[in-house]
Design a protein around this ligand. Structure first.
Ligand code: NAD
Ligand code: HSO
Ligand code: ZN
Length: 433
């Protein structure tokens, strides 16, 4: 029996039940916080020695020197060349599609000239050195190498340093191959909070970076949250999520498998289905019962559906859109007859997959957009990882004497209101002279 909650918007405590499923779970990180604080302090204070300690104790990878954890470009290239032809083709085709999509996100410098000849503008520059975290505790993610590194490469980042754990010293050749395809400059077999600390503070062997991006488990997320400010981060990502809005006309097995596809990541992943047809929810439940026993990761799926899964009956698709907006999911599938119409009423989602022939799994691997997306309702204010995460803008202001005569009195007046006389006099000197 597949255990999954049934909810209905007609239940008086529906909102409360929904929140307990979808809200950011602060309680889940209590034990993690102190462990991460200790790891960060150790790596900051002791550098490589702490990295060696945590690698051995947390990932079962003992080395004499941290330099042994670096995989050079030749090894990554050899891994690429050692792939089966079909695997290599899939990897390279996905990479090409991801690159092509991200080329559209490049921002250009701009400049405008005022009537008095003054110039205003903005220049866009890539970050110099970034760290990308590629998770690898419970599964290997070559796709996450592409989804993190390619946007950075397209932005023109000078040096991309990748970290990925190698439990017991094992790293999937496909992960190394993906690093070669995506243009990673340096790769270290390090994971968890210790890898984030090394990237943030630098050690004898790893150089400090300007920004750290990429998903990971609770230890990685907490470490990124704590080093923010010292370095930039993309987001604090939680476990994977999928929300499917279905009109009841999609093959129930397709819907069941799409729910499984995110549930299989992690026991804490969230897989939700919304439909106006109660009978369809029964059909999907029956499909799950049929399909689950044959799934390789059935235990993880089962746990995740029981812990965080739900099937929600709504009055109609308009109400489904309201519920979807309040969930603000990482991935939203609109498995309905007119997905574009429904998409117009969606305001909060990391990525929207329109129509029955667009499973979220396409987005995970090869559609084009990065699969690093805001989770845990943060799509209310956050965006997918993109080229813009690897760039920063600088404002440009250049006044002529005529322009100074326009801005000077305004600035001086406002400065005196703030009691900042030096500001006022600095402005006045430009037009009184
Ligand atoms: N959003 C995305 O794009 C995306 C992509 C892929 C994976 N994911 C998610 O990333 C997560 C990956 O998690 P994972 O665990 O498989 O790999 P991970 O690489 O994030 O974490 C593994 C590391 O956690 C550390 N760790 C484990 N137990 C610890 C402990 N008790 N104390 C201190 N450190 C400890 C270890 O150092 C280990 O290297 C999953 O939740 C998955 O759903 C998200
Ligand atoms: N669904 C994950 C992001 O939430 C990304 C991923 C990688 N591989 C498979 N899926
Ligand atoms: Zn996935």
């Amino acid at each position: 029996m597949v255990e999954i909650q049934r909810l209905s918007t007609t239940q008086p405590d529906f909102e409360q039940q929904l929140r307990s499923l979808t809200d950011w779970d602060d309680g889940a990180t209590h034990g993690v916080e102190s462990a991460v604080a200790e790891i960060l302090a150790a790596v900051r204070g002791q550098g490589d020695a702490a990295l060696r300690y945590y690698s051995e104790h947390l990932d079962g990878l003992a080395v004499e020197s941290v330099s042994e954890l670096e995989v050079d470009a030749a090894q990554c290239q050899a891994a690429l060349e050692g792939l089966e032809r079909a695997d290599r083709d899939a990897l390279e085709t996905a990479a090409a599609r991801i690159r092509h999509y991200h080329l559209h996100q490049r921002q250009a410098d701009w400049e405008k000239t005022e009537a008095d000849g003054s110039r205003l503008g903005q220049q866009v520059r890539p970050l110099e050195r970034v760290g990308i975290y590629v998770p690898g505790g419970k599964a290997a993610y070559p796709s996450s190498v592409l989804m993190n590194a390619i946007p950075a490469h397209v932005a023109g980042v000078e040096e991309i340093i990748m970290v990925a754990p190698a439990p017991g010293g094992h790293i999937a050749p496909m992960v190394l191959a993906a690093a070669a395809v995506a243009g990673v400059d340096r790769l270290f077999l390090l994971g968890g909070a210790q890898a984030v600390a090394a990237l943030a503070y630098g050690t004898e062997t790893l150089p400090a970076v300007d920004k750290i991006v990429g998903p990971g488990n609770a230890y990685v997320a907490e470490a990124k949250r704590r080093v923010f400010g010292h370095v930039g981060i993309d987001m604090v990502a939680g476990p994977s999520e999928i929300l499917i809005v279905c009109d009841g006309q999609t093959d129930p097995e397709w819907t069941a498998m799409d729910l499984f596809s995110q549930a299989e990541h992690d026991e804490d992943a969230r897989a939700l289905l919304i439909c106006p047809e109660a009978r369809y929810l029964d059909d999907v439940q029956a499909a799950m019962e049929r399909l689950l026993p044959d799934m390789e990761r059935s235990e993880i799926i089962r746990a995740s559906l029981a812990r965080r899964g739900a099937m929600i009956c709504v009055r109609d698709l308009a109400e489904a859109a309201d519920v979807a907006n309040s969930i603000a999911p990482e991935h939203l599938e609109l498995s309905v007859v007119e997905p574009e119409r429904l998409a117009a009423s969606i305001h909060h989602a990391g990525a929207i997959f329109l129509g029955r022939y667009t499973p979220e799994a396409f987005g995970d691997y090869c559609a084009g957009p990065s699969h690093v997306l805001p989770t845990s309702r943060t799509a209310r204010f956050a965006s997918p990882l993109g080229v813009y995460d690897f760039c920063k803008t600088t404002s440009l202001v250049q006044c002529t004497a005529d322009g100074a005569a326009v801005l000077g009195p305004i600035a001086a007046r406002l400065a005196r209101c703030e009691g900042l006389t030096a500001h006022a006099r600095s402005a006045e000197m430009r037009y009184r002279d």
